[in-house]
Structure formats: C-alpha cells, structure tokens
Design a protein around this ligand. Structure first.
Ligand code: PSU
Ligand code: MN
Length: 310
C-alpha cells in the first residue's frame, strides 16, 4: 500500500489512473523552468503530455507549487509555472526548504524521482539526466545517487553532452544503475546519437526494457533502470559539431564564474545560441520521442498499488 505524504497533491486524472492500475508516466519540470527558453518551454511541456496521452498512458507532470508537491498539473498550473521567474530547481535537497517557504519550482530528475516514487509511479520520461560535470571538480548531479536508490524506469537520451560522459557512466555503474539502449549499442550524447561509449544491454522495444526493469526490481534491487534512446535522426546533431559549441560555452561559464545549479541551465542556453537554435530543436525532438517511448514502456509495467492519502 502506498501512502501519499502530506504536502502532496495528486491530480484527479493521475489518481484515477493509479486506482485503476492504468499506465502513468512522470514528467519533470526543471526542463520547463530552467532548461528551455520561453515560449518553447510551455509548448514542450504540453507536447510531452500529449505524446504520453496519445500513446496510452496518463501524464503526471510533477512540480512544486506554493509549497505543495503536485503530481499532475492542470493546464493553468503548467502555464503559471512556465511564466514564473527566479524559481528554485528542486532536487532531493530542496523539498523541505521549498515546502517550508511555500515556494514553487521545477523538479529536476532527482526531485521528480523522489516525488514519482512517493506516488507509486514507475516510469519517467526526461531529456537527459544530470551527471558528472567536466573539469574533475566536485560537481556531480544529485540525479546519479537518486537513480541508485529509486526503483523507476527512466527514459532519456543519455546524459547531457556538456558533461563528462565516461565519468557519468562510471558513477552509474557504482550506483548500480543498468543502462539499456533502445535500438542502439551506444550511449547517446543527448544532442547526438553517438558518443563512442557502450550501453550495458541493447533492446529492440520499450516493452523489453520494461521486462528488464521488472526483473531488476523483483530481484530485490531498489534502484532505477535507465533506458537510453538516441535523439530522432531528423533533429540529431553530429557530435563533433556539438563539441565545439560546448567548449565555447564551458569557457564562458568559467569566465563568468557560474556555479551550482546555475551551471546546467547556463550551458544549455549558450549551446542553443551558438548552434543558432539547432540544439533547441534536437532537445525538443528527443523530449517528445522519449515521452512516447515511456508511455509504451509504462503499458508493460503493472501499477503496483492503490494510493491512499494519509
Ligand atoms: N534535461 C534537459 N534539460 C534540462 C535538464 C535535463 O533536456 O534542463 C535538467 C534536469 O532536470 C536535470 C538537471 O535533472 O537538468 C540537472 O541539473 P544539475 O546538473 O544541476 O544536477
Ligand atoms: Mn550540480
């Protein structure tokens, strides 16, 4: 039995789907509040929901609104969130702070995993997970340890290529997170289909990935399974070209002394400008595609429990 913590608000649509054991896909909102420019951010969030819906699952977009953790947002709430300035990026660390202060914010991969798990949701779609930042410093995304402890199937296009991808894969291994490629042997590099790095296993269908996730959890491992999906061919960018934009953006971040949670949004924004918008198109294309794949996987994962509020 799954109890919903106080300070959680579940939308009627998500509550109903959970009660009936219908497939549900969690969606994050840091991509809306920090990852994408306006107005593409709102359009993208809506389109992700619609992709999930069209492929047979109920979208559960997760965010903090006025100190409550919302599982499933109304159109108005999504719109509100997309317009707010100065929001906090909510990762595992930030729940208490934001709730106590009545704040709103977009949940990162780690924040979304925390909330999705509390609500008994087992599949989550995002763009790219956070990881180990380049430069050998201490900036390692909270996404990685969270993936190590939360039993959710996470559909993404690898880790953002602004990161140190080999180091990110090493930490995923340390955290016990299997990395499964959908119709690929290679770990995608977010904007690019290729990275030269291998996945742990290749599958041909989202259903196959769902079976592996179930076997993983049934064996007693309480952690995430990462299903990585290359960005669609029409929007994917060549890795070598992306590298030069990233080098440039990283130099700028150094000169401007950007640090903490601001690093990832800064780099994504700079790469979008340097690429003349091409990276933005890739980001949008892969988000929609991942939402579809997650919905297909969710149909193969039985809803574990009915929800009861405390
Ligand atoms: N994927 C995107 N855009 C984003 C992010 C992921 O396409 O903006 C967000 C995710 O929410 C991820 C976060 O959890 O960036 C990682 O931030 P940090 O590196 O500060 O942990
Ligand atoms: Mn960080």
């Amino acid at each position: 039995m799954n109890y919903l913590p106080p300070n959680y608000v579940i939308s009627p649509a998500v509550a109903r789907a959970r009660q009936l054991g219908l497939p549900v896909v969690a969606l994050e909102t840091a991509v809306l509040t920090h990852g994408l420019p306006r107005p593409e951010n709102l359009r993208a969030a809506r389109e992700m929901e619609s992709q999930v819906f069209q492929h047979g699952a109920t979208p559960a977009t997760i965010a903090l609104l006025a100190g409550k953790v919302h599982i499933g947002l109304t159109t108005e709430q999504l719109e509100q969130l997309s317009r707010m300035d100065g929001l906090r990026k909510i990762s595992r660390r930030d729940f208490g702070l934001a709730i106590a202060r009545g704040e709103s914010g977009g949940t990162t991969v780690s924040g979304t995993l925390v909330a999705a798990h509390q609500a008994g949701i087992r599949v989550f779609a995002t763009g790219g997970i956070g990881g180990v930042h380049r430069g050998g410093g201490m900036d390692v995304s909270a996404d990685l340890p969270e993936l190590g402890r939360t039993p959710v199937l996470v559909v993404c296009s690898g880790a953002k290529s602004i990161l140190d991808l080999p180091a990110t894969l090493e930490v995923l291994e340390t955290q016990g997170v299997p990395v499964i490629g959908l119709q690929t042997d290679e770990f995608p590099a977010f904007y690019s289909r290729e990275s030269g790095l291998q996945v742990n296993l290749r599958v041909e269908t989202p259903q196959e990935a769902a079976q592996i996730a179930l076997a993983h959890w049934q064996s007693g491992v309480e952690g995430a399974v990462l299903l990585v999906v290359p960005p669609p061919e029409e929007v994917a960018l060549p890795a070598r070209q992306v590298e030069s934009w990233i080098d440039h953006a990283l130099r700028e971040a150094g000169e401007k002394h950007i640090h903490g949670p601001a690093v990832t949004p800064f780099l994504l924004d700079r790469v979008a400008h340097l690429s003349g918008g091409a990276s933005l198109q890739a980001n949008l294309g892969l988000l929609f595609n991942n939402a579809r794949v997650a919905a297909e996987a969710a149909a193969a994962i039985p809803g574990p429990t009915r929800l009861r509020s405390v």
